[in-house]
Design a protein around this ligand. Structure first.
Ligand SMILES: *Cc1c(COP(=O)(O)O)cnc(C)c1O
Length: 436
């Protein structure tokens, strides 16, 4: 049987915690800063103000240990947080493992993923600054759904460029965004210069996250009282996700255990950072040793595992500042796997830095073995995971089997970043045996 470890509403974290503070203080090093592509000097706050809300730019560069969560945001978060932590008793039994497997369930948010956490903060600060519209891109649609709802809560308009292949393959996500009042355009679209350029070459262009980001940015620059919003990769986004790991830490304390292994799937790196950073801070402070952190990627888009550690653009049209990432190249177009949220050419600078420093590990899996793990999980725990999250499940199962083979008890914690109830097309394909 699975067991549920819950927190009271008043145990919702009051702050986000900032990994850069710990890196500077205990490692004496920080990830390299974003650069202006023309001057190759670090970008100043002023360069970014046309694109992002000022408070978020401040958070991007902050070296404070903690950043307070605004009361209005906490109120909205308390509608679904603290999220439950489960001990996967049934899965442990099926695997016949001495390992204890725990998972934090972010599918409990109203849009079904962790992305709601940062969407609320971003919408709040843009509204506070008097911005009227937020423009963004979305891959599989989870980020677009989260931002749509957050904009609705805070009275902002929302425009979403959705990667065309997902727009066609996952029409229900578009409906979700429309329900919350957002406008959704397939990307590449005929509404931007960059989109028109790509469509001229190929009117059936499948699109990519990098392209959709370029279109969103172009629209922000042309728009009035509009700003851009990103669902992963940047420091401030990873910062907002640390509510996940802070809650998980409290919940693990209630079990009397501390994880030996912490796992998250990794697209841009935000849900992995969310679960990992609060525990990593313990390690940097010297309070814990030997905790292993694993970021899990698809074989078809292994930016952290096989990417080059260098400065690269965050988008295809090369409009963003240069970010020091592990990258497959800003023109890389990954194959159209079902885990659309993991199809990004780069990874967050903070996550790339930690990997380079040897503080975290990474791992890749192919699509069929990931879906197989997802089905084992659904048939033991009942929850149908998002294909993205299933990457973390596959790694957790492998670690549990290794613990069994070595005859050692291990405490495994993974982040279940979202549910897969709008990803049934992928499951259908897998069950019918035609998934590559
Ligand atoms: C977007 C998404 C991801 C990947 O993004 P990260 O920034 O790496 O977390 C993973 N899981 C789900 C459910 C998502 O929606």
């Amino acid at each position: 049987m699975r067991a549920k470890i819950i927190l009271e509403e008043n145990e919702l974290p009051e702050n986000f915690i900032n990994i850069n503070y710990y890196l500077k203080k205990f490692l004496g090093k920080l990830p390299d800063p974003p650069l202006n592509p023309e001057t190759h000097k670090p970008v100043g706050a002023a360069d970014l103000e046309a694109i992002f809300a000022k408070e978020l730019i401040k958070q991007e560069a902050t070296l404070k240990e903690v950043v307070g969560i605004p009361e209005e945001v906490r109120k909205k978060m308390s509608g679904y947080r603290p999220t439950p932590l489960f001990r996967a008793g049934s899965l442990e039994k099926i695997l016949d493992t001495p390992a204890h497997i725990y998972y934090k369930y972010e599918g409990a948010s109203p849009v079904g993923s962790h992305k709601m956490n940062t969407a609320l903060v971003q919408a709040y600060y843009n509204r506070k600054q008097g911005i009227k519209t937020l423009i963004t891109e979305t891959g599989a649609g989870q980020w677009g759904s989260a931002l749509s709802l957050a904009c609705f809560y805070f009275g902002l308009k929302c425009l979403v460029f959705m990667v065309r292949i997902s727009y066609d393959q996952k029409p229900y996500r578009k409906t979700v965004m429309n329900i919350y009042g957002a406008e959704v355009r397939p990307s590449p679209s005929a509404t931007t210069e960059y989109g028109k350029l790509l469509l001229k070459d190929n009117k059936n262009h499948a699109g990519s996250l990098g392209i959709a980001i370029s279109e969103a940015l172009e629209s922000v620059v042309k728009g009035r009282e509009a700003r851009y919003s990103l669902g992963s990769v940047l420091n401030h986004v990873l910062l907002h996700q640390t509510v996940i790991g802070q809650e998980a830490k409290k919940q693990m304390e209630k079990t009397g255990e501390y994880p030996d292994i912490i796992i998250g799937c990794c697209g841009g790196g935000s849900n992995f950072a969310g679960i990992a950073f609060p525990f990593l801070a313990d390690g940097l402070k010297g309070e814990r040793e030997n905790t292993k952190f694993i970021a899990v990627e698809p074989e078809s888009c292994p930016s952290l595992t096989h990417g080059a550690y260098r400065y690269d653009f965050g988008d295809s049209a090369q409009m963003t500042p240069l970010l020091k990432m592990k990258t497959l190249g800003s023109d890389f177009i990954p194959s159209p796997i079902h885990a659309g949220g993991l199809r990004y050419h780069g990874v967050a600078p903070q996550v790339a830095f930690l990997h380079e420093e040897g503080l975290i590990d990474s791992k890749t899996y192919g699509q069929p073995e990931v879906f197989k793990a997802a089905i084992i999980f659904a048939r033991s725990e009942g929850i149908i995971p998002a294909p993205e999250s299933a990457h973390a499940i596959k790694a957790a199962i492998d670690e549990a089997i290794r613990a069994r083979d070595e005859g050692r008890k291990k405490v495994i914690l993974f982040n279940l970043s979202g549910h897969g109830l709008l990803d049934l097309g992928g499951y259908e394909g897998y069950l019918a045996g035609h998934l590559k």
